[in-house]
Design a protein around this ligand. Structure first.
Ligand code: HEM
Length: 362
């Protein structure tokens, strides 16, 4: 398979087909030097161009990806709110006036159990590939190039994409055992992408063609879920487990019919996940691109597993925040817990061979 094109109006790794593996990394910037930061972003871009083409970074490449194909590697960069102004109000890089109004830490939602040490970050890189070693090599290479400028704040490994971003992809399943990504926004939905995913020229000029990224590490209470019989699980989600059909329908891509009745109630319960997150009831849409994770077990022997939720949207307020508010009554909440949160502005793609990540911002 050919490598995913690095150059373009939009960064790769958003609407390009979701790969199987994720290595996500959030950084803190440890220098106050704008020049050093800009130089690093330029060197990261050059490295990303080579890595995504399946080439070694340079003579001092760490080596573990040699002989491996590009494996669909994409590298997507984002800038967090604290890059523009630190938590205590310092404008380290003369960026405060350039901060998009919508780029602020997400509000607190009911039930949040966030750990600040695995939340936030000044910068992020989302590395996705079909081979975990290729994604890890890419992150490791960028970390090496960033020594003295950035420090890793937190990382998340993911396996098993939980979303399709193209109609050509089969819908995968998440760790609840349900198909995930059926009603996602997809690469083929051109006008919906303009409406819901890409920042427009008239919005924030330097970010035009970019998108906002929201990440949430959502732990699943797997052992509790496994005690629940499948028909009840289906009522929680609002779709059937085997086919992934909306309740009341037969096939995965049958339309969601909120008027359908079953017994003496609606086929799709009004507190189900699909009912509350569907555009009809949330009033909006976003592009989901999450991954499953299993990070071992906790002290009580329960799987520390779940969904590393990733969503791209034109504006976090009218994207993730709006849907998440609507999910306050979600029957799924009994089985999940949000442990980390982050938001980043992902700039447009590199337009040619000389362009670099962040040029339009700096
Ligand atoms: C749909 C699972 C968290 C937004 C779905 C579906 C499943 C699912 C199985 C149905 C298939 C599909 O259309 O993709 C989960 C699980 C979650 C989770 C297991 C947590 C562990 C979230 C969160 C949001 C969200 C935090 C956003 C705030 C959506 C949306 C849809 C959806 C927008 C499509 C609804 C539609 O248009 O029919 N999710 N989800 N989900 N989910 Fe989630």
């Amino acid at each position: 398979p050919t490598p995913v094109e690095f150059t373009g109006t939009h960064q790769a790794g958003i609407v390009t087909p979701a790969q199987d593996r994720l290595h996500f990394v959030a950084f803190d910037v440890v220098t106050d030097s704008r020049e050093a930061l800009v130089a690093m972003l330029a060197s990261w871009t050059a490295a990303a161009r080579r890595l995504t083409a399946g080439e070694i970074v340079g003579p001092d490449d760490s080596g573990e990806a040699q002989g491996l194909p590009p494996s669909g590697l994409t590298l997507t960069v984002g800038f967090g709110p604290t890059l523009f102004m630190t938590g205590d109000g310092v404008d380290r890089f003369e960026l405060a006036a350039r901060r998009p109004k919508s780029l602020v830490e997400l509000p607190v939602f009911p039930g949040d159990a966030l750990d600040p040490s695995i939340s936030g970050g000044d910068l992020c890189v989302q590395a996705c590939a079909n081979d975990p070693q290729v994604a890890v090599h890419a992150v490791r290479s960028l970390v090496r190039l960033g020594v003295g400028v950035v420090r890793v704040r937190w990382t998340q490994l993911g396996f098993g994409r939980t979303s399709s971003t193209s109609t050509a992809q089969a819908t995968p399943r998440n760790l609840l055992g349900f198909k995930d990504g059926t009603a996602n926004l997809k690469a083929e939905n051109g006008s919906a992408l303009e409406q819901f995913v890409w920042v427009g020229e008239d919005d924030v000029a330097w970010l035009a063609g970019g998108s906002y990224l929201v990440t949430r590490r959502i732990r699943m209470l797997i052992e509790d879920w496994d005690q629940v019989p499948a028909p009840h699980q289906e009522a929680v989600i609002g779709r059937t487990k085997t086919a992934g059909a909306p309740l009341g329908q037969r096939k995965e891509f049958d339309p969601t019919d909120f008027g359908a009745v079953r017994g003496d109630g609606p086929a799709i319960p009004h507190n189900s996940h699909v009912f509350l997150s569907h555009p009809t009831n949330s009033g909006t849409a976003m592009l989901r691109r999450g991954y499953s994770f299993v990070d071992g077990t906790d002290d009580s022997g329960r799987l520390d597993a779940g969904l590393f939720f990733i969503a791209y949207q034109r504006n976090p307020d009218t994207g993730f925040v709006q849907v998440q508010r609507n999910l306050a009554a979600d029957a799924l909440n009994r089985f999940i817990q949000h442990r980390s949160s982050a938001v980043f502005a992902c700039p447009p793609g590199a337009r040619d061979a000389d362009d670099w990540w962040g040029r339009t911002l700096f």
